[in-house]
Design a binder for this molecule. Structure first.
Ligand code: PEP
Length: 249
C-alpha cells in the first residue's frame, strides 16, 4: 500500500560536475532494466538543483530541496522559498533535519511552518525528527518523538512524509536496533493516527535515517512501519545508493 521511498540527502557536498555525474548515475540505474521498485528522490545543495534536475531529466528519480523558508518570498537573505523549489522542479523538500534544528536553532514550530509552506507550494515535506543520544540514555526517546510529532507535523496529513532519524545515528556508523526502530515507527504511526485518524495515518510514509548502508538497508526496510530511508553519506556514492535502492522490499 505504501510504496517505498529512498531519499538521498547530499547535504553540503559536491561541486557541479560531481553532482551532475552522481545524478546521472542514479537516474540511469533507476530507469534501467534492474530498476528498483521504489520511489527515489535526490536532494542536492540548493545551488545545484538546476543542473541536477537537468541530469535527472524526465526519468522517475525526483528532485528535492534540503530546506525551505516558511514564507513564500521576502527579505530572507540566503534562504530558499518553497515556491521557488517547486518552480525548479522539486517535488519534495526535507524540513527539520537535526542539522537544521541544532545548527540553526529551528524549533518544532519553525519546522511545522516550513512543512506547511512546502505543502502550500505543492511540495511534499519530509519532516525529520529523532532523539539525541542523551535523550535516549535518559529513557526519553519516545517522549521526544511524541513532542516533535505534536509540534512539527503540519495540519494537513496528505502529501506528507516523516523521517525518524535518531541524532546519534546520523553520520556516525551507529544504527538503531531493529527493535528500537520498530518501536519508534510504531509510536509515530500511532501519534499520526491521533492527529489525522487511522486511515490517513496509514497512508503516510515513515522513513528511517541514520547510517543506512547497503549492508543494513534490507533489514531496516523490511521492518513494519518502515517505508523507506533517508540516506546521507551513502547517497554520495552511486554504487552504494543503488544498492540501498535495490534493497527495497
Ligand atoms: C542524514 O543526514 O539524514 C543521514 C541519515 O545521514 P547518514 O546516512 O550519513 O547517517
Amino acid at each position: 500500500m505504501r510504496r517505498t521511498l529512498i531519499a538521498a540527502n547530499w547535504k553540503m557536498n559536491g561541486l557541479r560536475d560531481d553532482a551532475i555525474a552522481l545524478a546521472a548515475a542514479v537516474a540511469g540505474h533507476a530507469g534501467g532494466a534492474a530498476a528498483p521498485d521504489c520511489d527515489i528522490v535526490v536532494c542536492p545543495p540548493a545551488p545545484l538543483l538546476v543542473p541536477v534536475g537537468e541530469a535527472l531529466g524526465a526519468g522517475p528519480v525526483a528532485l528535492g530541496g534540503q530546506d525551505c523558508h516558511a514564507e513564500a518570498s521576502g527579505a530572507f537573505t540566503g534562504d530558499t522559498a518553497a515556491p521557488l523549489l517547486a518552480d525548479l522542479g522539486c517535488r519534495f523538500v526535507i524540513v527539520g533535519h537535526s542539522e537544521r534544528r541544532q545548527g540553526h536553532g529551528e524549533s518544532d514550530a519553525t519546522v511545522r511552518a516550513k512543512a506547511q509552506a512546502a505543502q502550500a507550494a505543492g511540495l511534499t515535506p519530509i519532516v525529520c525528527l529523532g532523539e539525541t543520544e542523551a535523550e535516549r540514555a535518559a529513557g526519553e526517546a519516545l517522549a521526544v518523538i511524541e513532542r516533535q510529532v505534536a509540534g512539527s507535523v503540519p495540519e494537513r496529513g496528505d502529501a506528507l512524509v516523516l523521517a525518524y532519524e535518531p541524532v546519534w545515528a546520523i553520520g556516525t556508523g551507529k544504527v538503531a536496533t531493529p527493535e528500537d526502530v520498530a518501536e519508534a515507527h510504531g509510536h509515530i504511526r500511532a501519534r499520526l493516527g491521533v492527529l489525522f485518524g487511522p486511515e490517513a495515518a496509514a497512508r503516510i510514509r515513515l522513513l528511517y535515517g541514520g547510517s543506512v548502508k547497503p549492508d543494513n538497508a534490507a533489514g531496516l526496510l523490511a521492518l513494519a512501519d518502515v517505508d523507506g530511508a533517508l540516506v546521507g553519506g551513502a547517497s554520495l556514492k552511486a554504487e552504494e545508493f543503488r544498492a540501498i535502492c535495490r534493497a527495497s522490499p
